[in-house]
Design a protein around this ligand. Structure first.
Ligand code: 2BA
Length: 109
């Protein structure tokens, strides 16, 4: 068994969970936030048999889309009288960051 952990954009998370449930995959949505942008995203956990991993990855890929976002870089430490004009930096976020982890044991008690 494997645990598919997908970090996705908040706007894609609802569609992804719906698409997973439609194919009878159980999923858990966690509210998370990115370390770099410090904006909310969603972490979707899906426990599946090994031979179902590719199907789950296809659903993730079809439901999640890359987006371009702007981030304001941290200003440098300034000396008195220095002037700093911050320019937003554009980064591409997602579609999805996915980790597939082995599951040692699965119980529903
Ligand atoms: P964030 O950490 O907020 O990163 C958002 C986007 O900013 C990243 O998109 C990437 O394009 C850019 N970025 C991140 N760190 C950067 C850096 N040090 N320098 C320049 N640009 C940087 P994605 O790569 O698609 O990642 C989307 C979200 O997935 C991340 O949000 C984070 O929550 C998660 N993630 C990505 N890689 C991860 C990893 N190796 N481990 C854990 N979480 C990860």
């Amino acid at each position: 068994m494997k645990l598919v952990t997908a970090i996705v954009h908040n706007e894609d998370a609802g569609d992804l969970v719906d698409a997973l449930l439609e194919k009878d995959f159980r999923a858990t949505r966690l509210h998370s936030s990115g370390g770099f942008l410090k904006q909310g995203n969603a972490t979707i956990l899906v426990g599946v048999e090994d031979d179902q991993v590719d199907q789950v990855l296809e659903i993730v890929s079809a439901s999640c889309h890359a987006r371009r976002q702007f981030v304001n870089p941290m200003p440098p430490i300034m000396e008195p009288g220095e002037f700093y004009m911050p320019y937003p930096v554009e980064v591409e976020v997602g579609g999805a960051t996915v980790f597939v982890l082995p599951v040692e044991r699965f119980e529903r008690l």
